[in-house]
Every structure is written in C-alpha cells, then in structure tokens.
Design a protein around this ligand. Structure first.
Ligand code: ATP
Length: 340
C-alpha cells in the first residue's frame, strides 16, 4: 500500500473459529484502494474464510473489520460495496447471459431498459459482445468466467473479491484470463482481492501478496519481497521452490549459521560462474529437460541442491562442473513454520 492511499479493507486481529478449527486466527491486514491484492496459501489455510469475512458471508468470532472506514460487523453482504466472483461462477442455467448479468440490477429494481444497457456495457468490458442471448450451457469455461465477472462488475462494486476464479480453466485459458483480469484492474481502477493457491498466479498478477498458513498471515509484501526475501522456511518452500539449507549446512555454501534459502536460478554453472563471489566444484547427479531450462541436480560438499540451467547447458551425469552464486543470493530466514 502506498502511504497516500485510502484503505479499502482493514482487519484488526480478526479471527473466525469453527468450534476447535481456527480457520482465521488473529489476522491484521490493510488493503489499499485500487490495489490488486492476492491471498496465497495451501488448501485449508483460511484464504476463502477471509474473503467471506470481507463479503459479509461470515462474521468474525473476534476482532474488527472496516471497509472504506466503515465498521463491517453487522453489515449485511448487500450493504457492502463488495462483490464476489466464485470459482464455480454460480450462473443461473435457465437464464440468458444478459439476464444473468442484469440479475443484480433487477433485484434492486432498476428498470429493464437501463439494466440491459448496463449489462451490455459490462459484457463489452469482458469482451463478450454478441453473446447476450446464449445460456451458460452454450458457453466455454472461459466465457462463463467472463459472464461471472460481468455480473459482479455490473453492480459497480468498489471491491471485487475473486475466489480462485481461474481454478476451473485449463492452462492456456488461465493465462489468457490472467491478462484479462490485469487489464480490467487497470482499466477500472477497482480494488481486487484475489484468492489462489497458485503461487505463479499470485506473483505475476498482484501488487501485494499475503501468504497464509494455518489461519495466519505469515508474510505480506510485494511479489519481489515474497520471492526474493522469504522470512520463513514455509514461505521459501511454498512460493517457488528453493534449496533450503539448515543452519549447519549454510556456512558450507557461503552463508551464516541460519536457515537459508538459495533459489535454483541464482546458481550458475560453468564459465559464467567464475565471476561469482561464492564458487564450488560440483558433481552433476541428474538433469531433467524442461523446455526453456534444465533442472540440474548437483552434489556440492556432500550435499545435494538443484539449479536451473539454460537448456543449452547439457551435462553428463557424473561430470565435474564449476558452480557459483552471488553471496546476496543466500537469504537467511526463520526456521519456523515448515510443518504444513
Ligand atoms: P482452499 O484453498 O482449499 O479453498 P482455504 O485456504 O480457502 O482453502 P478455508 O476454506 O478458509 O481455507 O478453510 C480454512 C479452515 O476452516 C479449513 O480447515 C476448513 O475446513 C475450515 N472451515 C471453513 N469453513 C468452515 C465451516 N463452515 N465449518 C467448519 N469448518 C470450516
């Protein structure tokens, strides 16, 4: 959040327990107006419950929530300037696309011509002109997703909540919709709160990411912060994949006696490693061709780590190579929190 911005959503020590289950447990959060904010974490870590607390479908068992400075406790979902796009889209199968999008306006008593005009505008925002009269069954998954988006946007919410909205789409469509969501976010200037368990999606789309584990936020920051400066083993492991060195191992790799993360792509192999300030001789254990890169397992000082080499670097198993990395690539962190 930039210091000048207005706060769209604020959580103060918010908990939502279901009996003994601490779905959300003492969360503090400030989401700025116009931010694209991602909630990232493994299944069951409390992301959806947080979203439902913002939407008003759940009430906190403790703590305080504000939406644009207004106390949210006791405020019904339809009294909040917030709309949700659900993973399963929740479209009405018997209604046309236009009727689906216009539904919320109809409930609010907006006259037919006006609501159809607004619905057509929303459909053009998501590039679905000309589909007005189709029913959901006659649309592809990506098109249904766009209808669900249009249906949320037509109500002109200040905050759009997106609960794993791309989860049901195949990879290609997912990528297309990721671009589309970013475009919409820029164009509309709304606050987007996006729930995902896909770290790539969170890093590539969001202005800031909150990483959840067991009902708590374990780290919050820009995608670069989260990826390059994970504060715990849990974050280093969950966001991207990392070589995690124990306090015993780290000094042998150039670090200090702390839990340390070393991202595979910061490890250089061959002549390019000569310019690095930490250098070792390593044995190639295995290489896996992955298209643009080769995942390369290496043994250094008796320990196995892996590197991402460009695919032009093919090595023989057992080959001795020089490896190196910048000392700044070794990132010390807390050891806690790896017991997912
Ligand atoms: P996913 O990625 O699988 O959707 P999540 O991070 O969104 O997971 P939540 O759906 O918020 O996680 O659930 C957090 C925890 O709270 C889970 O253990 C879940 O089983 C529990 N939980 C959620 N809703 C309820 C409920 N209504 N009653 C009881 N337990 C619940």
């Amino acid at each position: 959040m930039t210091p000048t911005s207005t706060t769209a959503v604020m959580f103060e020590n918010v908990s939502r327990h279901f009996g003994a289950v601490r779905a959300v447990d003492g969360v503090d959060l400030k989401i700025g107006q116009g931010e694209f904010f991602a909630m990232l974490g493994p299944s069951g870590s409390g992301k959806t419950t947080c979203l439902r607390l913002i939407a008003g479908f759940e009430q906190p068992t403790a703590g305080h929530i504000e939406i644009f400075g207004e106390t949210a406790e006791g405020l019904a979902p339809n009294r909040r300037d917030v709309n949700t796009v659900f993973q399963d889209y929740a479209l009405f199968p018997h209604m046309t696309v236009l009727q689906n999008v216009a539904y919320g306006l109809m409930v609010r008593g907006v006259p037919r011509l006006e609501r159809e005009k607004c619905a057509r505008e929303a459909l053009s925002l998501v590039r679905l002109e000309g589909m007005d009269l189709r029913r959901p069954a006659q649309l592809s998954g990506g098109q249904r997703q766009r209808v669900a988006l249009a249906r949320a946007l037509v109500n002109r919410p200040k905050v759009l909540l997106l609960d794993e909205p791309l989860g049901a789409l195949d990879l290609k469509l997912r990528e297309e919709m990721q671009d589309e969501l970013r475009r919409l976010h820029k164009q509309l200037g709304l606050t987007f709160v996006f729930v995902t368990h896909d770290q790539g999606e969170a890093l590539s789309m969001a202005d800031r990411v909150a990483v959840f584990n067991k009902g708590r936020i374990v780290q919050i920051g820009t995608p670069e912060d989260i990826y390059q400066r994970p504060t715990t083993r849990f974050v280093a492991d969950f966001v991207g994949s990392s070589n995690v060195l124990t306090p015993d191992e780290a000094p042998r790799f150039g670090g200090v006696s702390r839990w340390t993360s070393l991202r595979p792509e910061s490890i250089l192999i061959g002549a390019v490693a000569d310019a690095m300030d930490v250098r070792h001789t390593a044995e190639v254990i295995d290489q896996q061709f992955q298209g643009a890169m080769r995942k390369t397992r290496l043994k250094i000082n008796g320990l196995e780590i892996y590197a991402m080499a460009p695919s032009s670097q093919a090595f023989d198993v057992g080959q001795a190579v020089t490896v190196g990395w910048a000392r700044s690539a070794l990132h010390a962190m807390d050891g806690e929190g790896n017991d997912v």
